[in-house]
Write a protein that binds this ligand. Structure first.
Ligand SMILES: Cc1cc2nc3c(=O)[nH]c(=O)nc-3n(C[C@H](O)[C@H](O)[C@H](O)COP(=O)(O)O)c2cc1C
Length: 266
């Protein structure tokens, strides 16, 4: 069987999960959404097609929502979604993905799964570390032990739903949609910057130019926070929100992986 998985990631959680599913399915292409041109219609030919991405404000990353809206799934078979999240109430994200795909096609998702991973929204909290982080990974691996065989069997499931999640999505997601692209204008860089260029190379939105050795953010930020978390010198800040806070990167994913894959390079 031929398989394809599209993913989006800021700090590696979603890529790590996409890779685990792909390894179990075999003959599986793993494609970063960030590598696809804006104007390109996506019409994969596959027996199974999946999407793996993080939850942002109880909804989809903007790039994933845009991508799902121009997906032609007429030549794809079984279709599943997996969203990674750090807190709770992420059900509306799967519904949103389903609705967007369904708008273009008669069928949406055949199944959708939520996997809790370390939360990376450093603008509000410290990402979990140490034992807490290990427990989250262990629980996620257990859950994947159920999800992956279900995907292998092309099981159909009703998508999860929660009223509270839907209400918070309705209140919070519009703010995200209207603010995310320009949010990085508030990011700054300290003298710890070594001009290594990692921030620009890992940015899935290609939103960072290096000017005179320093990052300059443009207006298509996805708010994935990859630049803040993955800067080797921890030189990127979003004011007091990030100063002194530990950074996070999924330990199974290297910065080299992120550079290559987020930019769509093999
Ligand atoms: C802008 C932003 C918004 C987020 N919003 C939510 C949220 O609404 N609910 C939640 O549970 N986690 C939220 N998170 C946490 C991420 O969904 C979670 O850490 C995810 O696994 C990160 O995946 P990645 O490493 O592939 O980027 C948010 C993270 C970011 C950066």
């Amino acid at each position: 069987m031929k398989n394809v998985i599209y993913y989006f990631t800021g700090t590696g959680n979603s890529l790590a999960i996409a890779q685990k599913i792909a390894a179990a399915l075999e003959d599986c292409e793993v494609i970063p959404v960030a590598s696809l041109k804006d104007s390109q219609t996506i019409a994969p030919v596959a027996d199974r097609m999946g999407f793996v991405c993080p939850v942002y404000f109880l909804g989809l990353p903007l790039m994933v929502a845009e991508f799902a809206g121009r997906l032609d799934r007429s030549r794809a078979g079984y279709t599943f979604g997996v969203v990674t999240f750090g807190g709770s109430g992420s059900e509306p994200t799967l519904r949103q993905l389903d609705t967007l795909i369904r708008k273009q096609n008669k069928r949406g998702l055949d199944a959708g799964y939520l996997v809790k991973m370390p939360g990376n929204y450093i603008l509000m909290y410290d990402p979990p570390s140490g034992k807490k982080q290990e427990e989250i990974f262990a629980a996620a691996d257990n859950l994947l032990g159920e999800i992956i065989p279900a995907i292998g069997r092309c099981e159909h499931h009703k998508l999860p739903w929660s009223l509270i999640g839907a209400l918070i999505h309705a209140a919070a997601y519009p703010w995200f949609v209207s603010h995310a692209h320009r949010k990085a204008r508030e990011f700054t860089v300290t003298d710890a910057c070594t001009s290594c260029g990692t921030c620009a190379e890992i940015c899935p939105a290609k939103n960072i130019d290096i000017v005179e050795g320093r990052p300059v953010w443009k207006d298509r930020c996805e708010l994935c926070l990859g630049c803040i978390h993955l800067c080797p010198a921890q030189a990127i800040q979003a004011g007091k929100n990030t100063t002194g806070r530990p950074r996070y990167r999924n330990p199974e994913i290297t910065i080299a992986d992120m550079k290559a894959k987020n930019q769509g390079n093999p």
